[in-house]
Every structure is written in structure tokens, then in C-alpha cells.
Design a protein around this ligand. Structure first.
Ligand code: COA
Length: 387
């Protein structure tokens, strides 16, 4: 059996190009932390957390797991659903607020793990709005005929940068990832448009103070807990309720539609009360809102793709629905995007396809290992010399 998955020829090279979602997938870690579990480590309780946030539980990374683990798992599912080879991917964008390192980018590590040998890769840091920013960039790159196929991932291991002694933040966040495969098509539809906004004057309300060049890591920064998420919850709450509805209205207006034309809203899952406030301001029926915060908490840039995967599985999102995605987060950043969910449900992969795919990933690991070995041997043979 060949270990190379078939590379499907690039689909479109004509003038009219649209960026369609052709595959999607999500992954969350196995470990679940309930509100009762949290009440054993900080002064809180299930009743308060559910009433003030809507959260019942969140998934949390094990010691050996990290942002890349979840990104790769979600990406593999999305690629399988799209039934394409990683070799066909031209670009990988990982939206994240908890990257694996400052560099190399999380996206490069995902590229290596997938064996996506023809892809460019970069991280996009717009905190919880990252996924919408990334969809916008992917869609624009496709429409500009720079790429045909883009893997867009929102991935987080926020538990690694959460202060588990701070009840104001540790109750909120969860880990996981969601991924879309976007591809050029000549039929109208797919990601229609977005509006992206920011206000850096609000940066201090949601911040990881240390570890960058502004406050490099030191014994003092570690002792002072400066490598963890710090948040002014009330300020962020006020900001979020201010921008959610107006962002949706602006994006709809730009797309030439109205709020009434939207079938399903997929808001960033940060707090159920924030979602309820947007529902009221937009005057839409609550059934039109996807709400998954109770099971996952706030998974930052992963929250929208996770919510979409869940809503598809539950039948809340159907073919030809018009979706409004809306998010806000650190930066401060916010944005909204209109997405036509018009790709027919893909056929489930056959056993042979699944086996070939798994063999491909094993082969990608072996190839990566040999590339590392060659680098090691070259450094021994040639030393540091360049002449
Ligand atoms: N358990 C129990 N009590 C808590 C608590 C907890 N986990 N956290 C705060 N409290 C207490 C406070 O100490 C305060 O007590 P006091 O009245 O005696 O001073 C009271 O509850 C109310 O605190 P407040 O901060 O006003 O609560 P809130 O209703 O604003 O809820 C958040 C706090 C964090 C849930 C809410 O502000 C929020 O969701 N903000 C937005 C956060 C967000 O979306 N961040 C991510 C952006 S992407």
C-alpha cells in the first residue's frame, strides 16, 4: 500500500474564487474539571459559577499535552472530513492565545506533525478573536489566488497559563482546538466577509504580563505570578456586551444582508450572560444562538470552531444556513464574519482511506525524524562553517 495520499489537483484557477469550508474537526482533552472540583482549590461553588457564567465543566490538558497536541488532532479530523491529503494544504494558520513557544510558531510544529510539506505556516495572535481574524486572512488569500487550500485552526492550552489560585480567572477557561479546511471554489458562497476591530488602550484589562520583551522572564516575574492570565472581569464584561451586537450588525451590512437573514449565530463562548445580552440587543430568538459554554468553558480561539462542530453534530447547523460568527478578546480585539454553510455533508471515509491516512501520518513522523538526523549529521560534518 502506498503511504502517499493522493494529491487532488488544485480545484479552481479562474477569476471568480470563493473560500468554502470543506472540512471541520475538533478535539478536547479527556480530563474534565467540574465546578465542584474547582471549589476544592479556590473559594467558589458550582451555584455561583453556573449563575454568573453558565459554565458547568471544562476540559483541561494533561501534563504531556499542549496546544500543538490539540491543534494536530483537530486538524487531522478536519482533513479526513475534507478527504484531502496534508500535502495539498498551501497554508496553515493557527489562531491562539497560548502558543507552544514565542517561536517557532505553533503552526510550524503542526505542519511538521501533519506532513504538510507544501504549506506555509504562521500563528495569529488576536486572543479570543483569533479564529475570525484567521478565517478572514485565509479567505482573502484564497480569493486573491495566492493559495487554494488553507487549514485554519483555533487551538489553546490555556490551563498552562492559568493561575489556579485566582478564582476570578480559573473558573472560566478550558482547553481544546477546532479546525476548518478552506478551499477555493468557483461557486459563490463560503466565507462571505468579516469586520475586524481593535482597541489597544484596553490591553491591560486582559493580559499575560511577563514572558515577552516588555517584561522578560526572571525569578521575580515567576515569583510574582506574572506569567499567568490577569483579567479585569467587569471591564471585559462591559466591553464585550458593547461590541458583540454592533459587530454583527456591521458585518451583516457589509455582506448586504440583515440580522433577520442570519439563520444561526455562533458567538465566542466566554460567558452565557454576554451571549444573552447580545441575543437581546440583536432581537433574535435564543434558539438561533449556539451555546456550548456549559461543557467547555472559554476555550478562546477554539471556542467558535468547537461550537460549530457541536452544532453540526446536533443538527442545529444545516446545509445552506447563513452563519454569523462573532468574537471579542484580549488586545482588545473583536470581529464578526458571515459564513454560508453550503458544502454538502461529506461521505464518511472508508476503512481503506482511514488506514492510508494513519500510515501517511506515521510516514510523516519518520520523514521528520530523518530530516532532523540529516541536520544533526550536517552540523557534525560541516561544523559551524559556511564556506
Ligand atoms: N466564586 C465566587 N465568588 C466570586 C468568584 C468566584 N469564582 N469570583 C468573584 N466572586 C465574587 C467577587 O469577589 C464579588 O464579591 P463581593 O461582591 O463580595 O465583592 C462578587 O462575586 C461579584 O464579583 P464580580 O467580579 O462583579 O462578578 P461578575 O458578575 O462580574 O462575574 C466574571 C465575574 C469574571 C464571571 C465576569 O465579570 C465575566 O465573565 N467577565 C468577562 C470575562 C471574559 O469574558 N473574559 C474572557 C474574554 S475573551
Amino acid at each position: 500500500m502506498s503511504t502517499e495520499l493522493a494529491v487532488i489537483p488544485a480545484p479552481v484557477s479562474t477569476a471568480a474564487r470563493y473560500a468554502h469550508v470543506i472540512g471541520w474537526g475538533m478535539h478536547v482533552p479527556e480530563k474534565i474539571v467540574t465546578n465542584d472540583d474547582l471549589s476544592k482549590i479556590v473559594d467558589t461553588n458550582d451555584e455561583w459559577i453556573q449563575a454568573r457564567t453558565g459554565i458547568r465543566q471544562r476540559h483541561v490538558a494533561a501534563d504531556h499535552e499542549s496546544t500543538v497536541t490539540f491543534a494536530v488532532a483537530a486538524a487531522r479530523k478536519a482533513l479526513a472530513k475534507a478527504n484531502i491529503s496534508p500535502a495539498e494544504v498551501d497554508l496553515i494558520i493557527v489562531g491562539t492565545a497560548s502558543p507552544e513557544h514565542i517561536f517557532p510558531s505553533t503552526a510550524c510544529l503542526v505542519q511538521d506533525a501533519l506532513g504538510a510539506t507544501n504549506a506555509g505556516a504562521y500563528d495569529l495572535l488576536a486572543a479570543c478573536t483569533s479564529f475570525i481574524y484567521a478565517l478572514s486572512q485565509a479567505s482573502n488569500a484564497i480569493k486573491a489566488n495566492e493559495v487554494d487550500t488553507v487549514l485554519v485552526i483555533g487551538a489553546e492550552a490555556l490551563s498552562k497559563i492559568t493561575d489556579w489560585s485566582d478564582r476570578g480567572t480559573c473558573i472560566l477557561f478550558g482547553d481544546g482546538a477546532g479546525a476548518f479546511v478552506m478551499q477555493a471554489r468557483s461557486e459563490p458562497g463560503g466565507f462571505v466577509n468579516s469586520i475586524l476591530r481593535s482597541d489597544g488602550s484596553g490591553g491591560p484589562s486582559l493580559v499575560v504580563p511577563a514572558g515577552g520583551t516588555g517584561m522578560p522572564a526572571s525569578t521575580k516575574t515567576v515569583m510574582d505570578n506574572q506569567h499567568y492570565i490577569k483579567m479585569n472581569g467587569r471591564e471585559v464584561f462591559r466591553f464585550a456586551t458593547r461590541v458583540m451586537a454592533s459587530a454583527c450588525q456591521e458585518a451583516a451590512q457589509r455582506a448586504g444582508i440583515t440580522i433577520e437573514d442570519i439563520d444561526i449565530f455562533v458567538p465566542h463562548q466566554a460567558n452565557k450572560r454576554i451571549i444573552e445580552s447580545a441575543t437581546k440587543k440583536l432581537k433574535v430568538a435564543p434558539e438561533k444562538m449556539v451555546v456550548t459554554i456549559q461543557d467547555y468553558g472559554n476555550t478562546s480561539s477554539a471556542s467558535i470552531p468547537i461550537a460549530i462542530c457541536e452544532a453540526i453534530d446536533k443538527g442545529q447547523i444545516k446545509q445552506n444556513d447563513t452563519l454569523m460568527l462573532v468574537a471579542f478578546g484580549g488586545g482588545l480585539t473583536w470581529g464578526a464574519g458571515v459564513l454560508k454553510w453550503d458544502v454538502p455533508p461529506p461521505a464518511p471515509p472508508t476503512r481503506v482511506q482511514t488506514a492510508r491516512r494513519s500510515l501517511f501520518y506515521r510516514y510523516a513522523r519518520v520523514k521528520s525524524f530523518f530530516r532532523r538526523m540529516i541536520r544533526f549529521v550536517e552540523s557534525r560534518v560541516f561544523g559551524d562553517g559556511v564556506n
